[in-house]
Ligand binder design. Structure first.
Ligand SMILES: NC(=O)c1ccc[n+]([C@@H]2O[C@H](COP(=O)([O-])OP(=O)(O)OC[C@H]3O[C@@H](n4cnc5c(N)ncnc54)[C@H](O)[C@@H]3O)[C@@H](O)[C@H]2O)c1
Length: 434
């Protein structure tokens, strides 16, 4: 039987969960403290850029199964299941900040009028779901509820696809009653034989951190190999491709670049190190990954400097600001390090990104934002490719050469054909191409 669900937080994760769960036939109310977001969502406009999301948003609003509200109390009272999908950003020491989660837990306790299942979708450190249980017992003694951990694995840019066809769905639970409820919530996924991992709260919590820490490690591994390859005259593309032919390794996440960014890998690696410290468990591998990734980001500025010489008085065209393609998310994007490095060394920036310029301008209002990649290239001394947007892969290099003053390219994603760039008169530096 379909469920009445309240999703608290309508950001990248909460919005996808809201539209996805209502598409599965459940009745959803998405709640956010941001009034502007809620208004836009009720009008069928997505506050974020995520391919496909608006189609699902409109369809489910029209069906009447999906609405958005700022009234958390009423929304909780009317729901059988409450999904917590608020942010868990890093504190200064790297620990996950659980204050948004705690405030939602308080609201749930205040409005617990009946048995409800509280589902944590936000990424939270091991022990948090048990802590939620304790808080609930403290704020709402004697009331009937269950706590479930249901970490999210979606990739921004492919979020709808990942929600409807996940590799697996992880559910940490303690009572059969809650398990039955979760089975109903995700009935549609059961019907298409998505593997379900039913496990303890702690196991579910740690699966998420282990997965992200592993992926961050894999990226960092290939980045360091790329640095070695370019120094000794080897080709990382052939190395990574051949490594990937080994079934034990797989070709995924073996693409060298400017260092990982985004809202998850940097914060989740820091949080798992903090958790290790808390329990006295050595997390030196992940600690090194974090350090190596910071160095990779800094290395891009050094590479650019080696390529163009002094930055003073130069104009640099930066193509791509989002932390990866197909999103407007700039959280921890490698573009920050490049832009900061370029500006601090006295050069001017002309930037372009298909979706992330408004967000980036809130942090760096002082750079010039251009309508097209070609406007950004005009009279520039060098081009830096930061995000792997498809439209940059086939950049018209003849036109670029005509527009630019200089002939340097730093291709941090190895998007361009080095031979063609050379033919067009460019001096191109990639990552890991000896
Ligand atoms: N973004 C991703 O790709 C991704 C993937 C997997 C897991 N996660 C995890 O999911 C969680 C959410 O991430 P996100 O990227 O969606 O964050 P986000 O910042 O995009 O969204 C969080 C939303 O919560 C709202 N909010 C904050 N406090 C609230 C409250 N008390 N009541 C109602 N709304 C409130 C904010 O206004 C915001 O809209 C994080 O823990 C993150 O680590 C994110």
């Amino acid at each position: 039987m379909s469920k009445k669900i309240c999703v608290v937080g309508t950001g990248y994760v909460g919005l996808i969960a809201s539209v996805g769960l209502s598409d599965f036939g459940n009745e959803i109310i998405g709640v956010d403290i941001d009034e502007k977001k809620v208004k836009m969502l009720n009008e069928g406009i997505s506050p974020i850029y995520e391919p496909g999301v608006e189609r699902y948003l409109k369809r489910n609003l029209e069906s009447g199964r999906l609405t958005f509200s700022t009234d958390i109390g009423k929304s909780i009272q009317n729901a059988d299941v409450i999904f917590i999908a608020v942010g868990t950003p890093p504190k200064d020491n790297g620990e996950a900040d659980l204050s948004f989660v705690e405030s939602v837990v308080k609201s749930i306790a205040e409005n617990l009028n009946d048995y409800k299942v509280i589902v944590t979708k936000s990424t939270v450190p091991v022990g948090t779901n048990r802590w939620i249980k304790e808080k609930m017992n403290e704020f709402a003694p004697g009331k009937d509820f269950d706590v479930v951990s249901n970490p999210e694995f979606l990739r921004e840019g492919k979020a709808t696809q990942d929600f409807f066809h996940p590799d697996r769905t992880v559910i940490g639970y303690e009572s059969e009653r809650a398990k039955d409820v979760m089975f109903e919530v995700y009935r549609a996924l059961n019907l298409i034989s998505v593997p379900f991992v039913w496990c303890s709260l702690e196991t579910a919590e740690l699966i998420k951190y282990a997965s992200n820490a592993f992926l961050a490690t894999k990226i960092t591994f290939i980045n360091q190999m790329a640095n070695l390859a370019e120094t000794v005259g080897a080709d990382i593309h052939t190395i990574a491709k051949t490594m990937g032919m080994d079934g034990r390794i797989s070709p995924k996440f073996l693409h060298p670049g400017p260092g990982y960014g985004g809202s998850c890998f940097p914060k989740d690696t820091m949080a798992v190190v903090q958790t290790g410290d808390k329990y006295g468990i050595d997390m030196s591998l992940i600690r090194s990954v974090i350090e190596a990734n910071d160095m990779q980001k800094a290395r891009m500025v050094t590479k650019l400097e080696k390529l163009i010489g002094s930055f003073q008085g130069k104009t640099i065209a930066v193509l791509g600001l989002a932390f990866k393609a197909e999103t407007d998310d700039i959280r921890d994007t490698p573009a920050f390090n490049l832009v900061e490095g370029i500006l601090s060394k006295g050069a001017k920036i002309q930037a372009h990104d298909p979706q992330a310029m408004d967000n980036f301008a809130e942090v760096y209002p002082q750079i010039e934002y251009c309508k097209s990649e070609f406007d950004a290239l005009k009279d520039s001394d060098a081009l830096v490719l930061v995000t792997e947007w498809n439209e940059y892969r086939n950049l018209n290099l003849r036109k670029a050469k005509e527009l630019m003053k200089g002939n340097f390219i730093l291709d941090t994603r190895n998007l361009l054909d080095p031979e063609l760039a050379k033919e067009r008169g460019f001096i191109l530096e990639g990552v890991g191409k000896g």
